[in-house]
Unconditional design. Structure first.
Length: 584
């Protein structure tokens, strides 16, 4: 093989890998979202998971892509580890379809119908149709079909270019000696694994092996261990994608590795023993594209048939390898892998926002307990909740901004805007809760306290704010518009309470019933409480307005107050009676 042959080989390899990537991208864009929706609704039945994994991989032409998708779903809590195992096993069978497609390049014969089956005969037509759809049609779905056809055509051209380039190698003694080395099972497995690790695709590495078989020097004895090694090498993609994920996601990636390693060990041992006894003649026969496709399919189907009934043992092995210990970090739900399915990414974001809301409620409750009876433990809990709220806001804000860069539906775009707005509101409530603790700590350190009447009045206002906060959070979590509508009238009552409490405290100062120092602290606390109620009103207003797919909260609040008839007034009067201050 001269320099031109090497260049032809490299060019064919480049076309082959690019065509496979292009075809996979087109297939995933065309059918990926529907397939991912099916995966999301997956049941725990083994057969359903296996068949779905097979179908998804056969359609998108990549077991690595399916496994990475599954790892992302497990990381996000959409899929359990048990469900993931069945899908991963199906993915290993689905990936064999590519080898069968590529085996068509090995068809030989002069019969008209046989020649029609050769890709070289129909690929130019597919390429022409593909380029017309891609360049001249505006419909996105038809463009995706054009991408698929162009990818397939490029893939086949690359495959044939490689096959033609390597044919002269069959006459070179050194090349034959190198291939003979791979008849050693261990070396064959290593060669297959390393090649697949490098190009990150078992389908592509099997295709390269099929191209090399055109030399006539690749024996079945060398091809079998290489194919097994290729199945081990393909697990690297999933293992890399699991870095930084939660424990179950890492376990799912390990299951993929264990499945292929166990299958390789069992079948290589069985093959070696039987070959030693019966001396199979086909071991020395030259491999071709069809035989490689057959071996690839037999190995994956047999491994699945053996291990599918034992999926629970694989799960236990993965769990024992990565043991559970620490508390779950909810921000791990914000997996960038889900950007390709925005509705799922939004759902995960809402789950994390709900955790943020819960921490805000916890912070406020513990802050009130510090006002009643100061405790270092309660103060520390407020501080920790406030830190978690900051972390949630930062993670959610970054995630949602990145998500907004993808093509979102109107509904998803509106939901993302809603969550971006709400995380700031919830985080501010946690900050204000910390302000209450600061005031409580100051009173504790200085050994001063409010008068009985001031404590009673403050208790009325804190209870009203507690109800506003609970209603606002519940309306957000349940998307309850009627509950959200009750928050703003309550906020109006809280505003009135703040004014009344200020007047009463001024009266106590004038009668020397309170000190100036306590007066400042009291004023700070009721101001903070009133601001918390403002944020509750904003949250409830956002929940209502977003149900109408807009962000005009100020317009909504104005219309509700002035155009909703007697309902708003009735609620204000009702809350006014409930939170009436005692007679001074």
């Amino acid at each position: 093989m001269d320099i031109f042959g090497i260049l032809e080989l490299l060019g064919g390899l480049a076309l082959f890998l690019f065509g496979m990537s292009l075809m996979g991208t087109g297939l995933e864009k065309s059918a990926g979202s529907k397939l991912k929706s099916l995966l999301e609704r997956l049941t725990t039945k083994k057969l359903n998971g296996f068949l779905l994994g097979t179908a998804v991989t056969a359609i998108i032409q990549s077991s690595s892509a399916t496994t990475v998708m599954v790892v992302g779903f497990v990381n996000s809590g959409i899929m359990t580890l048990k469900q993931a195992i069945h899908v991963i096993m199906g993915a290993n069978v689905g990936t064999t379809i590519t080898a069968w497609i590529l085996s068509l390049t090995g068809i030989e014969g002069d019969n008209f119908f046989i020649r029609l089956l050769k890709p070289a005969s129909f690929t130019p037509v597919l390429a022409l149709i593909g380029i017309i759809l891609y360049l001249f049609i505006k419909n996105e779905k038809k463009k995706d079909i054009g991408t698929i056809l162009l990818g397939f055509a490029t893939l086949i051209y690359g495959m044939e270019a490689m096959s033609e380039a390597v044919k002269p190698l069959g006459e070179i003694e050194g090349f034959r000696n190198i291939l003979l080395m791979f008849s050693n099972p261990i070396l064959g497995i290593l060669a297959g694994a390393v090649l697949t690790c490098i190009i990150q695709s078992s389908s592509a590495s099997v295709g390269i092996l099929q191209a090399l078989s055109a030399t006539g020097q690749v024996s079945m004895g060398s091809a079998i261990p290489i194919i097994m090694g290729q199945n081990i090498g393909t697990t690297v993609t999933a293992l890399l994608s699991s870095v930084g994920t939660n424990k179950n996601a890492r376990r799912a990636a390990l299951v993929h590795l264990y499945f292929n390693v166990i299958g390789t060990v069992v079948f290589l041992t069985l093959f070696t023993v039987l070959n030693g006894i019966f001396r199979f003649a086909f071991v020395y026969a030259p491999a071709n594209t069809f035989l490689i496709a057959i071996v690839h399919s037999l190995f994956n189907v047999s491994s699945t048939a053996m291990l599918l009934p034992l999926s629970s043992l694989l799960e236990k092995l993965a769990v024992r390898t990565i043991k559970a210990d620490d508390k779950k970090d909810k921000t791990l739900l914000l997996d960038p892998r889900l950007f390709s399915t925005p509705s799922i990414a939004i759902s995960r974001s809402k789950t994390v926002t709900e955790e943020l809301a819960s921490d805000c409620l916890l912070a406020y409750r513990q802050a009130l307990s510090c006002l009643t009876e100061y405790s270092d433990q309660a103060a520390q809990e407020v501080k920790e909740a406030e830190h978690r709220a900051d972390a949630y806001e930062d993670a959610l804000g970054t995630y949602l901004v990145k998500l907004s860069g993808y093509k979102l539906s109107v509904k998803d775009s509106t939901e993302a805007a809603k969550l971006l707005y709400l995380i700031g509101e919830f985080e501010r409530i946690a900050d204000y809760s910390m302000d209450i603790v600061t005031s409580a700590q100051e009173m504790h350190d200085k050994e001063i306290q409010f008068s009985e009447s001031a404590r009673t009045e403050l208790g009325v206002m804190t209870s009203a704010v507690m109800e506003a906060l609970e209603k606002a959070i519940a309306s957000f979590k349940g998307n309850d518009i009627s509950l959200a509508a009750e928050v703003d009238p309550l906020e109006e009552v809280i505003d009135s309470l703040k004014s009344a409490l200020k007047k009463r405290h001024i009266a106590r100062l004038q009668n020397n019933q309170c000190t100036i120092e306590l007066g400042f602290i009291f004023s700070d606390i009721i101001t903070v409480l009133e601001r918390i109620s403002d944020h509750c009103s904003n949250i409830a207003g956002c929940v209502i307005e977003m149900s109408h797919n807009s962000m005009g909260m100020h317009n909504y609040l104005y219309n509700f107050k002035h155009k909703s008839g007697n309902r708003f007034t009735e609620l204000v009067n009702s809350y006014g009676k409930k939170y009436a201050l005692p007679q001074s």
